[in-house]
Write a protein that binds this ligand. Structure first.
Ligand code: ZN
Ligand code: MN
Length: 481
């Protein structure tokens, strides 16, 4: 048996207005290449980088949120390497004085968090013939603030790695520091993994050779890459072969890792202090001001939601997983409180997490394109609570809200949906149903409860689903007993 030891290196692009060392816009939406560029981010000689204060503050805030140690003094370094998307021939990064050290998230120790600049984007196009093969460079991304977080090798399996990465994504979103969307390359995970023999005693302790896996662009790929590597390395070790210390890339189509190059060591990068940016210091006052400005974090929000809204831990877990939904739910709940005397938070949560989410999933509506306002969802739930709308009709109305974004009241009016709720109207229908189904009525009187179900169904059909079934049942019983 072999035991995996896994550490992560995660790069996250920060959502600042401008780039890390110049005034160019940090605009990930830009589709035209080389629009947001200037002599600084293109690495022209003689230009001077100026650090982006808000990018640094975001990293310090993350450090505070994970209970890390904030550097009292820090500086940037040059990391030398050549790549066509790196016009300067070096990346401004941090080596021996990262902004944050230590800290903990999801039970995984954090080694360090530092700040650097992103590189440009390369694309390789084959235009017809192999001889016309071309590569393009887009420098819009060059110089965007990039946070790098390194964990201790505390992770034991693929699922734990995914859990950590998701928790970090959630935290970055709560902090408003980044969307950290993996599919858009805003969050990039690298995995360090080695296998060691199961120990009979501590004296045997020896870590195996470490392999680094890059090019992981989704949580699914994190899972796949780690599971694949555990398998691959186990098979090699069982055959008595040695593991090569190398960088591998995850191939998402073939679902396997492929050798890229042997791993460079830190000294290959020839790190040295960036001479164009003076060292920085942070005093107690600045740090406590940042700590005071931290927003409510996922754990705190969970505890408050359980207490304030009398929900269970599982319910709260669902709703606080994404800051978008936590805010949405809280807005809806406060609206519901103004609409009804006894707001049914559970009912609201159900309509949100099963009906709305289900409809969004099946119709492909994303958070960004959702037209249903939290206030409107609350209004719909209030109608259900007041018996103005049956749960069956509510689903139809919600489906229409999803398309138009209209107020549920408006939809019910224009569609001519009005719940049949007055006893008189219902009793007319009920008597009709009773008259037409004498056998079923006898069955019911003979003790058959299913017979009642049938009668209620007939009543619902007659009102075209616009009656409250509970009300119908009650009236049928009253009429028949
Ligand atoms: Zn620039
Ligand atoms: Mn890096």
């Amino acid at each position: 048996m072999y035991i995996p030891t896994i550490g992560l290196e995660i790069h996250i692009e920060l959502r600042t207005k401008t780039k890390m060392f110049c005034g160019c816009l940090n605009d990930p939406q830009e589709r035209n290449p080389n629009v947001h560029v200037c002599p600084i981010c293109l690495g022209h000689p003689g230009t001077l980088p100026v650090p982006n204060r808000s990018a640094i503050e975001e990293v310090l805030k993350l450090g505070l949120a994970v209970g890390g140690k904030i550097a009292r003094k820090s500086h940037f370094d040059r990391k030398s390497y050549f790549y066509p998307d790196l016009p300067k021939g070096y990346q401004i990064s941090q080596y021996d004085e990262p902004f944050v050290e230590n800290g903990m998230l999801e039970g995984v120790r954090i080694t360090r968090v530092h700040l650097e600049e992103d590189a440009g984007r390369l694309s390789h196009a084959i235009l017809g013939k192999p001889s016309a093969e071309k590569s393009y460079v887009d420098f819009n991304r060059a110089g965007i603030p990039l946070m790098e977080l390194v964990t201790e090798p505390d992770i034991k399996n693929a699922k734990e790695a995914v859990r950590f990465a998701k928790a970090l994504q959630r935290l970055m979103r709560y902090l408003g520091a980044s969307d950290a969307d993996m599919e858009h390359g805003q969050m990039r995970v690298e995995v360090n993994i080695s296998l060691s023999k199961e120990l009979r005693d501590e004296s045997e302790k020896k870590l195996g050779t470490k392999v680094e896996v890059k090019n992981i662009n989704s949580f699914k790929a994190v899972l796949g890459a780690i599971e694949y590597e555990i398998q691959r390395q186990t098979e090699l070790l069982e055959k008595g072969e040695t593991i090569i210390h190398e960088t591998r890339g995850w191939n998402d189509e073939k679902k396997k890792t492929e050798s890229q190059r042997s791993k460079e060591l830190a000294h290959d990068y020839r790190y040295f202090p960036e001479p164009d940016i003076p060292p920085m210091t942070f005093d107690e006052e600045e740090i406590s001001a940042l700590a005071g400005a931290l927003p409510e974090l996922p754990e705190q929000k969970k505890i408050r939601f359980i207490r304030e809204f009398s929900l269970t831990e599982n319910q709260v877990e669902m709703i606080t997983d994404e800051i978008f939904w936590a805010n949405y739910f809280e807005q809806a709940i406060s609206e519901l409180g103004t609409l009804t005397k006894e707001p049914d938070n559970n009912l609201l949560l159900n309509y949100l997490t099963s009906d709305l989410w289900g409809m969004m999933k099946s119709t492909g509506v994303k958070n960004e394109t959702l037209k249903v306002e939290p206030e409107h969802l609350a209004a719909l739930v209030a109608f259900i609570q007041e018996g103005k709308c049956s749960s069956r009709i509510a689903k139809d109305v919600l489906a229409k809200m999803l398309i138009s974004g209209d107020d549920p009241q408006e939809i019910m009016q224009t569609e001519g949906i009005s719940l049949v709720s007055d006893d008189e109207t219902l009793l007319v229908i009920i008597r009709e149903v009773i008259e037409k189904n004498p056998k079923v009525v006898t069955d019911f009187k003979g003790g058959k409860q299913v017979a009642l179900q049938f009668l209620v169904g007939q009543g619902m059909a007659k009102t075209r689903g616009q009656a409250d079934p509970a009300k119908l049942r009650e009236l049928f019983e009253r009429e028949l007993i």
